[in-house]
Design a binder for this molecule. Structure first.
Ligand code: DGL
Length: 261
């Protein structure tokens, strides 16, 4: 099984992308709704939660672990790789690689939660690979609650997106990384507000492509993954609103099982 976790239901954007790009692979998902959001928690807390989420997925039979959450990927990757022997995937590196391959002027924008932006991880990784690149980041803390409310097309959402993107627009970025699970759902608004000349990178699809390439190159690990087209979804809490948003994110009816870690 491919084990995928997120702080809540936003990570279902990654599940959707994995289902589209790796059809047939069994998936077990854990969304930590009871403790969401991670985006304004300390790195220590996010690391602790990420360890617990990973242990749960392993107990369910996961043979590889995917951190769908940008915040967890930003602060917990190293700690998790130290304590877990399974292959661990994070969403940052594939998005960075893709951004660097498409940028024309090497002026890249990144948006994410406060924790992700404060970690500086995107900037670090971009500059590691291309020291000449310029990186401009903006935390967008209001976007997660707007998506969770289902306000995907509201004028208020458009206005807030415009305000958040303004500083990046003035820097004339040519590539924008959506560094948060929820932002792919706002991609049409974001793409419109940032302008046609900017390439928008969706980290949910880049990580799915990364897993695909890894499995193609690692047949021994691929062989450990079952392929019966099943997907099981666990959450640590559930409300009607989350149930509704989850179905909208994954674009199919979904049954969420509640589990306390
Ligand atoms: N999943 C988080 C991320 O991608 C967004 C929601 C949260 O703050 O927990 O950064």
């Amino acid at each position: 099984m491919i084990g995928i976790f997120d702080s809540g239901i936003g990570g279902l954007t990654v599940v959707r992308a994995v289902m589209d790009r790796l059809p047939g692979y069994d998936i077990v998902y854990f969304g930590d709704i009871a403790r969401t959001p991670y985006g304004n928690k300390s790195p220590e807390t996010v690391i602790e939660y990420s360890r617990q989420n990973t242990d749960f997925l392993i107990r369910q039979g996961a043979k590889i672990i995917v951190m769908a959450c940008n915040t967890a990927s930003s602060v917990a990757t190293e700690a998790l790789k130290e304590s877990c022997s399974l292959p661990i995937f994070e969403v940052i590196t594939p998005a960075v690689t893709h951004a660097l391959s498409v940028t024309r002027k090497s002026i890249i924008g990144v948006i994410g939660t406060r924790a992700t932006i404060e970690s500086g991880i995107y900037e670090k990784k971009i500059k590691n690979k291309n020291p000449g690149a310029s990186v401009f980041s903006a935390p967008c803390p209001l976007l997660v609650p707007l998506v969770e409310e289902g306000w995907l097309k509201r004028p208020e959402t458009r206005m807030i997106v415009k305000k958040y993107l303004h500083p990046l627009k003035t820097r004339q970025i040519d590539t924008l990384i959506l560094g948060c699970t929820h932002y792919p759902l706002l991609k049409p608004i974001i793409a419109h507000k940032i302008g046609r000349r900017v390439t928008v990178i969706d980290s949910s699809t880049t990580i799915a492509d990364d897993i695909r390439s890894f499995l193609d190159a690692s047949p021994d690990i691929d062989a450990t993954l079952t392929k019966n087209s099943t997907a099981v979804f666990y959450v640590s809490d559930i409300t009607k609103q989350f149930q509704k948003t989850a179905a909208a994110v994954i674009r199919q009816p979904i049954h969420l099982k509640t589990i306390r870690l």
